[in-house]
Design a protein around this ligand. Sequence first.
Ligand code: PEP
Ligand code: MG
Length: 844
Amino acid sequence: MVGIVIVSHSKRLAEGVRELAAQMVQGKVPLAVAAGIDDPENPLGTDAMQVYNAIASVYSDDGVLVLMDLGSALMSAEMALEFLPEEHQQKVHLCAAPLVEGAIAATVAAAAGNNIQQVIAEAQGALIAKATQLGVVDHLTPYPSPLAERGEKQNTKEIRLTVSNRLGLHARPAARFVGCAARFQSQIKVRNVTKGSDFVRADSINQVAMLGVRQGHEIVITATGSDADEALAALQALIESNFGEDDRALEPHPTTSPPHLPISASPPSSLQGIPASPGVAIAPSFQFRKIPLALHQITPISIQEYHVKNPEFEWQRLQSALQTARQEIQTLLSNASIQIGDAEAAIFDAHLLFLEDPTLIEAAQQRVFTYHLNAEAAWQGVVDEVASNYHHLDDPYLRERVADVVDVGQRVLRVLSGAPVTAVEISQPAILVAADLNPSDTAGLDPTKVLGICITAGSATSHSAILARSLGIPAIVGLPAEILQLADGTLLAIDGETGRVWIEPEPDTLAALQAKRDTQQAAQQQALNIARQPCLTRDGSAITVFANIGSIADTQQALKLGAEGVGLLRTEFLYLNRTTAPSEEEQLTVYQAIAQILDTRPLIIRTLDVGGDKPLPYLGMQSETNPFLGWRGIRFCLDRPQVLKTQLRAILRASFGQQIKIMFPMIAAVAEIQAAKAMLTEVQAELRQAGIAFDETMEVGIMVEVPAAVAIADQLAAEVDFFSIGTNDLSQYVMAADRTNPKVANLADAFHPAVLRMIQQTIQTGHAAGIWVGLCGEMASDPLAAPILLGLGLDEVSLNPHAIPGFKVAIAQLTMAQAEAIATTALQQDSAAKVRALVSTSVD
Ligand code: PEP
Ligand code: MG
């Protein structure tokens, strides 16, 4: 029989729930309690060891369901799971159901001999039944019960923000929002104040997207739980960074003096659509409708609805199809990241979150268990419901999201049906013509074969259009249906900037379009050529330009954009969003992959820099009052030698035959770098003894990002081979202005002369000691910083890959003497604003 564990901060509460539940089933179900802590002064709390013991006491192969109250109860339960042997972990389920209703419903279901999935479904459905009975909420929005709201109020933290990115909380930002919220234990909700909506769950991609939050809308986010402050700070930072989006991507691309294009007067020799991705393409047409499964709009997968005898089996089928679909999207995401960059590939993050949306999964599960529906019908039912919700929204952008929902929905149905994956396959370069392309189809296109896209559906903000732009394929959407009648091989010329398609164009039109295409291609090539050249001033002085990266995919992108190496690999990405630290082998594989892509170019690997705004709860990081002044970076790693040693082994092993350098973050004292180096020496000795090769001459550096490090730079320089200045942190510490707090953002500005003087001091001290000095803060990504950084004498800068062409172009316009003069004057200004004004006027 399924066992039940009740985890609560209060022993009395947990005992009460157990009493209530046990009474319903006359004590038939194994029920255990893990509640309170052993401190008479302060008995409220939870303890992972207690949870572990409680699970062990009711464990059987039928499974255990764990119900928790809130905050640290979840954390303790998750930790307890890690203590269990792996084969037992699979059978223990942490349940999101409300404690009291969930415990009672689960106990009754267990007593009736139901299996663990049915018990979970019953528990999760408990509150839905209550809410429905009270008529306060529909079944897809289980949170906003007024009773729950009142109870939570004291523990709930709240922030109010205005969303300012261009498209608001549309799918990709919504995905980032949900992904960020999911990193925290707290229960997070959000509502659109401007539209007067109710609170919805921040872990549901659909509910968040359907809030219809647009640019300028005010939202309220609440968090209830032990890490509420951190969660809200992270979400705030995300929103204030405009979700890391480059809003310019949606603006029309400037072109150099477009030639006059004669437009044929009589359709159908030309057709007008909506410009979606700029550029001219001239090639024969290829109708895509011949490949049915990939195009849901033309041939949706038809399903049959029937009743099943074994809902458990059906539920397993659906779960495994969801898992396969997730893996497919994950592959698509990785490929898209490499081809088009992380920001655009994040569309598929939204698809992944859709598949993980708890409200959706719960609704599908309920259809299977309550109505005994087959997996296909249960899934199709919830997808239709969500699609129709999107469809009825006022907001045209959100209505476009129906395509994403349908795309994901069809993918799962295809997996359930066992049909093979189909892709757009074109043997000769062509212009693809279709009624519609879903984002998965578009991301899989080969830009060397698909020279242009013409579709009758869509808008400029549909994801297919966004993906086409990212792939650099000219595209026109919203074209008249006549285009679908063209025979394959018809010569087409398209101008993605104006949205016009010419069918069998006249010679003069063709010549004008060819000229426009050649001009555009030459301009693009020139920008890339500059980016791929060494970074030189007009008079031939050089500065090395590296990239800041956080993943294997970023490496490809960085090289394409002209990076000469990697100046900062933020290894945190390997540790975040998981429940255990990555193993040595796992890290080794990633470091080796990045080094191989870089070939002979340098790779500076920064050791783990968590803490601050990047907590790692699974490594025992608790919330701190002033996290940026707390247990972060090297401080944390020196206290967790095993974590650092594992990473050092992986870095050293990857260094063999590669240009890898190691960099320690947050160094504030000589003793810290000495301790880190001692650990490195220890690991090197172990490797030598084991006969494992590594680069014996690997350079060791530190980030200079704490004012103390600037003050004792001479002492630190004696310990290392290089400095890399981290202006993101240095600015916040120099100016005493939290980098995540928008109220003091104007102070935490690296252009402030106080910060510039610290940079100058570090460079001068480093050079006096004979070591090279670089800079890897975000400051370098602003082209206005280029003359100052060059003029101050930096040897290297490392920046966001997308900023590299702009940086190189800015440097190419300067002489060294000009840069030095600008830097000297900048140091004499009394505000960041005056420094910016100075640079703007000096380089015009
Ligand atoms: C910095 O502080 O400037 C830096 C590059 O590190 P991070 O932003 O990762 O703290
Ligand atoms: Mg830093």
